[in-house]
Design a protein around this ligand. Structure first.
Ligand code: NHR
Ligand code: GAR
Length: 228
């Protein structure tokens, strides 16, 4: 179907679609959700490339089945500097406007992060600034917390320390295991991550030199959305 310019304006912004590079290390459910939103024109963006640092992960065939380009830039047994040099070269081929970490499990060095300053976002499975790093769901259970969630943030050199954008908040239930809690949080990630990308694609959200602006207002705290 060819849509008229007028109809397209009604659905999304008139600006060129944002070019996305999505970095994964595993299942790729966030990647697939974001890609679907782009393919179905609910986000004014195109997935230019999906890059995994691990060969053989489930996210790669998922991406290919959706018609996306995939690349593997292996990190195993490669020093951080050489890995990031290869990753930069692959990213540069696709000239992304925005780099999206979606279950990407390799810590990135400061020079790499600075190169994509204001153009790289991550989703982290906790209510940041609580529980940076790994194994967040088990740590939440061990601490006896009554709430948990996920956070979308701009990536800065400090691990999980960049400006916070949007959080999903869920209850922790008494019968929860790590698996049930992770599943509850991950379902919310598929709502909040595409929303932030749409904000950026629609130019509602801007990095503004590290003091993010949403609809012209400074984000001193993340926007929080509650989920059951
Ligand atoms: N890099 C920087 N500079 N800043 C951030 O905020 C980053 C980042 C790289 C990845 C994702 C992050 C998360 O959401 C992320 C944010 C990996 C580790 C880790 O310890 C920690 C946090 C995140 C991703 N990785 C180990 C490493 O040595 C490897 C672990 C493994 O392979 O299983 O790189 O949680
Ligand atoms: C997501 O829950 C994401 O928040 C988390 O890994 C999962 C990836 O799922 N990210 C991290 O833990 C980063 N260290 P997915 O591959 O199905 O999108």
């Amino acid at each position: 179907m060819v849509r008229s310019a007028k109809a397209r304006t009604a659905l999304s912004s008139t600006s060129d679609p944002l070019r996305l590079a999505i970095l994964i290390s595993g299942r790729g459910s966030n990647m697939a959700t974001i890609a679907r939103e782009c393919l179905e024109r609910r986000i004014n963006a195109r997935v230019a490339v999906v890059i995994s640092n691990k060969p053989g992960v489930a996210g790669l065939p998922t991406a290919q089945q959706m018609g996306l380009r995939t690349q593997v830039v292996p990190s195993s047994g490669v020093g951080r500097e050489d890995f990031e040099k290869a990753l930069t070269a692959t990213l540069d081929e696709h000239a992304p406007d925005l780099v999206i970490l979606a279950g990407f499990m390799r810590v990135l060095t400061a020079p790499f992060v600075r190169h994509y300053s204001g153009r790289m976002i991550n989703i982290h499975p906790s209510l940041l600034p609580k529980y940076t790093g790994l194994h967040t769901h088990q740590r939440v259970l061990d601490a006896g917390d009554t709430e948990h969630g996920a956070t979308v943030h701009f990536v800065t050199p400090e691990l999980d320390g960049g400006p916070l954008i949007l959080q999903s908040r869920v209850p922790v239930k008494t019968a929860d295991s790590e698996a049930t809690l992770a599943a509850r949080v991950q379902a919310t990630e598929h709502v909040i991550y595409p929303r932030v990308i749409a904000w950026i694609a629609d130019k509602r959200l801007d990095w503004n030199g590290g003091r993010p602006l949403l609809d012209g207002k400074h984000l001193t705290q993340p926007v929080v959305e509650d989920f059951p």
